[in-house]
Design a protein around this ligand. Structure first.
Ligand code: BTN
Length: 281
């Protein structure tokens, strides 16, 4: 068990910057990445970092650029949901990746990100984060983060993936959304201490860069193995909605390209892709 006062990811009041703001220089200083975080932009307030990333995708931006926002007025979640987060209390960002990946590997990209977030939370804060397939990050069954992947054609028809990540970092109990499909929590609530968001952002960008290089080298198996290790959905009996149709069965595996493999009630084995399917709560 790690002693909290010795963990640099927890907010030490001596290094607390005036309002615990995100600072680009703190995140990029000695950042050990090849692609991710090539450029870090921090916005005080925007509609959604996805909107800004979409615009940037049509310019000659640097691959791996990351846009953080301290506040979003129209934060987007998956499946048309909204994403809300009190100012200065989350990690809200979109990462832009120039990536020629086959469209059916979109789900793997979501998994790569979910694995990175979960691994970072486990390794830096020693909290038991888990993945609810495909993109929900939970602690003790409560949602602490999520991933939203969008696709855009940039200059010269270049394929660009916009990876939106939202993490509830320094929320107090009062900050938690009252009504959500899943109960929510934050890293600070689970750690019982405020978290240093600059350290956490840096650790996360480094971990994403590591897993993204594994994806680029086509080592999908490493990703799905780690995903399975963190995934609480395997073995569950559930109902999934896919293209407007409902299917009930038992989850038996994550497929090689990141789909959810289920044994349906009629005995049929079916694989659901994350970009179409949603688990019913
Ligand atoms: C989900 O679990 O539904 C995905 C949530 C993704 C939220 C992040 S916050 C940063 C980026 N900008 C947005 O508007 N959405 C993503």
């Amino acid at each position: 068990m790690v002693k909290h006062h010795t963990n640099r990811y927890l907010q030490d009041t001596n290094i607390l910057n005036s309002h615990n703001r995100l600072i680009a220089e703190e995140i990029t200083r000695e950042l050990k990445t090849k692609i991710v975080g090539s450029n870090v932009i921090i916005l005080e307030r925007t509609t959604s970092t996805m909107d800004i990333a979409k615009k940037l995708a049509h310019t000659s931006f640097k691959n791996g650029a990351v846009i953080f926002a301290e506040e979003q007025t129209k934060g987007k979640g998956r499946s048309g949901h909204t994403w809300s987060c009190p100012k200065y209390k989350g990690l809200l960002f979109t990462l832009l990746l120039k990536h020629n990946m086959q469209p059916d590997h979109l789900c793997l990209l979501t998994g790569t990100m979910a694995v990175s977030i979960t691994e970072t939370i486990r390794e830096t804060l020693h909290l038991p984060a888990e993945i609810k397939w495909p993109n929900d990050i939970l602690i003790g069954g409560k949602k602490v983060g999520g991933v939203l992947v969008e696709f855009e054609k940039g200059l010269k028809k270049q394929s660009i993936f916009l990876i939106g990540i939202g993490i509830n970092v320094n929320f107090t109990e009062e900050d938690l959304p009252g009504q959500a499909s899943l109960p929510a929590t934050s890293l600070a609530i689970e750690s019982k201490e405020p978290i240093n968001r600059n350290f956490l952002a840096k650790a996360l960008l480094q971990d994403i860069d590591k897993w993204y290089s594994i994806l680029r080298n086509d080592h999908y198996r490493y990703i799905t193995d780690r995903w399975k290790e963190f995934c609480i959905t395997i073995g569950e009996k559930l109902t999934i909605t896919d293209c407007g149709k409902e299917y009930t069965g038992k989850v038996i595996d994550i497929s090689n390209n990141g789909g959810l493999m289920m044994k349906l009630e009629n005995g049929e084995i079916k694989i659901f892709r994350g970009e179409h399917a949603t688990i019913k709560y």
